[in-house]
Design a protein around this ligand. Structure first.
Ligand code: DGL
Length: 249
């Protein structure tokens, strides 16, 4: 069984890819909705939340966990990953690798939360893989709230936010969606940057899970730290099927 963890809905971009490539594997999804959004929190808070989530998923018997959250992957992963008897993975390296492969000009933009951009981890990873690359990073925290409040690709607020955050990036040929929520706004992003290659960090992270593929029952359980929000109805729109998340105790 593989755990997929995010602050909220963003990790579903990883889960749907993982499900597609590993249909017989069991998954457990944990959305830390009580602490959402992570991207404007302090490093110590993000590390604490990550440890709580990993202990919870560990108790459920996972073989591996994908931190399907750019913020956790950037800020907390190195600090926590060796403290568990199962593999703890993130989305930064797989997304950076995919971007370096995809970019013709090696002019790569990274969008993420403020915490992710502040950590500079995506830029460092890209430069490790491609030392002459040019990297521009942009914090886009409002995207997270837009997604959590409804899949608003066609709403003016999504396009307006995309314009404000991204219109300076037209010189780049590749944009890493370094927050797993952002692929849910791909259409709005494409309206501003129609030519750019978009790299979904969640999807790339999911592909790196394949070594933990197992012949199991193919089920997914959903847990949230707070079930008060609209996660279930939003997830239904995104996944195309209904789910009944369980409150984490
Ligand atoms: N989906 C997360 C990320 O990839 C977190 C967004 C948030 O909670 O601010 O960064």
């Amino acid at each position: 069984m593989i755990g997929i963890y995010d602050s909220g809905l963003g990790g579903l971009t990883a889960l749907s890819e993982a499900r597609a490539i590993m249909p017989d594997t069991d998954f457990i999804y944990f959305g830390d909705t009580a602490h959402l959004p992570y991207g404007t929190r302090s490093e110590s808070a993000i590390i604490r939340y990550a440890r709580e989530a990993l202990s919870f998923l560990g108790d459920k018997g996972v073989d591996a966990v994908l931190c399907a959250c750019g913020t956790v992957s950037s800020v907390a992963l190195d600090e926590v990953k060796n403290d568990y008897p199962f593999a703890v993975m993130g989305v930064v390296e797989p997304a950076a690798r995919a971007a370096v492969m995809a970019s013709r000009k090696q002019k790569i933009a990274v969008s993420g939360t403020s915490a992710t951009v502040k950590s500079d981890v995506f830029r460092k990873k890209i430069l490790e893989l491609s030392p002459n690359a040019e990297v521009i990073s942009v914090g886009c925290d409002l995207f997270v709230s837009i997604v959590e409040n409804g899949f608003a690709n066609d709403m003016p607020i999504a396009t307006e936010a995309a314009k404000r955050y991204l219109s300076g990036l037209s010189d780049c040929d590749t944009l890493i969606l370094g927050c797993t929520h952002f692929p849910l706004l791909s259409e709005a992003i494409r309206r501003v940057l129609p030519q750019i290659t978009l790299i979904s960090s969640g999807k790339e992270g999911a592909r790196s899970l394949v070594k933990y593929k197992k012949k199991e029952t193919g089920k997914t359980e959903f847990y949230l730290s707070d079930t008060g929000g609209s996660f279930a109805s939003m997830a239904r729109v995104f996944l195309g099927y209904g789910i009944s998340p369980i409150k984490k105790l």
